[in-house]
Design a protein around this ligand. Structure first.
Ligand code: NAD
Ligand code: SER
Length: 313
């Protein structure tokens, strides 16, 4: 039997930092290789530099290290994506195609591809968005992720590649500070509260978005990836849900612990992106197919975030 050897791309990012730790706890440190184009902020062995646009290096690496699974996290997120749309398309879509080709040519066991709430658009029902619905994203990030979902489904059907995907909501975690996304305000507000600083929010106070606490995101990812193959019935990407809240609601939660927190609102171009996304998600299919159930609501998440951020201070 082949030994499981996992490669993560984009492993230094917000999700990669937490997911690498979780996968190493399960599969052992040596069997989970973190890669990125940036230097890791903390000790992250085994680590290597891989630019997802360097197809030759990626293929050599996958072959040399006898990789069996890839968690492909490398991407340019929604807000940063609008700065250089062509580059974003190249990294997000061509990067994924290189991974899918590796899966085919090296007969890899499994691939994970994170999709996003950015695949929804203004024609999508905003409340309790169904799994199968109108998808007309307006950002290049959303366009690239939606096309990626379709390519995943194509490689599954045409070549039998076991590729699995989740549409993550905005992820909130304490391990690292996110940047380049539209949902980043939530983590930033926690950090401002703990540093006793005022916070200027780039979204309007009543902008509701689907959100998820990092431990739920990691659990969903591992649960889906470890489910028997026949349970994965959607090969584009599963809707995934935990909570939905606005900046004003998050501020009210944090005020219970940091009553001096001051938040002002100065919407910028990210407001238009957020306004084009759904407010809440129906993830019934993830619940039915592989038993997904979130654990954290806004209240539990706030308590846990504050405890962890305080202990890191
Ligand atoms: P992030 O921006 O924190 O991390 C992405 C990582 O990709 C970075 O470390 C970056 O250096 C790396 N990267 C960029 N270009 C690269 C390249 N050419 N080659 C290799 N690496 C490159 O993002 P994240 O929040 O950790 O997101 C991880 C994945 O999850 C992404 O695919 C993102 O689209 C998806 N996702 C994230 C969220 C969220 O709220 N964080 C929500 C939905 C989906
Ligand atoms: N949180 C991500 C972003 O804001 C959504 O994928 O870009």
């Amino acid at each position: 039997m082949k030994e499981t050897r996992i490669l993560l791309t984009g492993a230094n990012g917000q999700i990669g930092t937490a997911l690498t730790k979780a996968l190493r706890n399960i599969h052992g440190k040596e069997n989970v290789i973190a890669t990125d184009i940036t230097e890791p902020k903390q000790e992250n062995y085994p680590f290597d530099f891989i630019d997802i646009l360097n197809k030759t290096r990626l293929r050599e690496y996958v072959g040399d290290y006898k990789v069996t699974q890839i968690y492909h996290l490398a991407a340019i997120l929604s807000a940063n994506g609008e700065v250089n749309p062509r580059k974003t398309w190249e990294v997000n879509l061509n990067g994924l195609l290189s991974i899918l080709d590796c899966a085919k040519d090296f007969e890899l066991d499994k691939i994970f591809f994170p999709s996003t709430i950015a695949v929804y658009g203004r024609s999508t029902p905003r409340q309790f968005t169904p799994q199968h619905t109108s998808l007309e994203p307006e950002t290049v990030y959303g366009m690239s992720k939606l096309s990626g979902e379709l390519w995943c489904n194509y490689y599954y059907k045409r070549y039998g590649i076991d590729v699995r995907s989740l549409r993550y909501p905005g992820i909130i975690g304490y391990d690292s500070i996110p940047s380049g996304g539209t949902t980043d305000y939530a983590v930033e507000m926690f950090h401002a509260a703990i540093a006793d600083q005022p916070y200027e929010c780039f979204l309007k106070e009543d902008t509701f978005l689907p959100m998820m606490y990092m431990p739920d995101a990691i659990e969903a990812t591992i649960k889906m990836m470890e489910s028997p193959k026949e349970k994965i019935k959607i090969r584009s990407s599963y809707n995934l849900s935990a909570m939905s809240f606005s900046p004003a609601q998050l501020k009210n939660q944090i005020l219970n612990y940091y009553p001096n927190l001051k938040v002002s609102y100065k919407p910028d171009f990210r407001q238009d992106i957020a306004s084009s996304w759904s407010e809440s998600i129906d993830d019934t299919r993830a619940q039915q197919d592989w038993g997904w159930k979130s654990k954290f609501d806004i209240h539990k998440m706030t308590i846990d975030m504050i405890e962890n951020l305080k202990s890191e201070k």
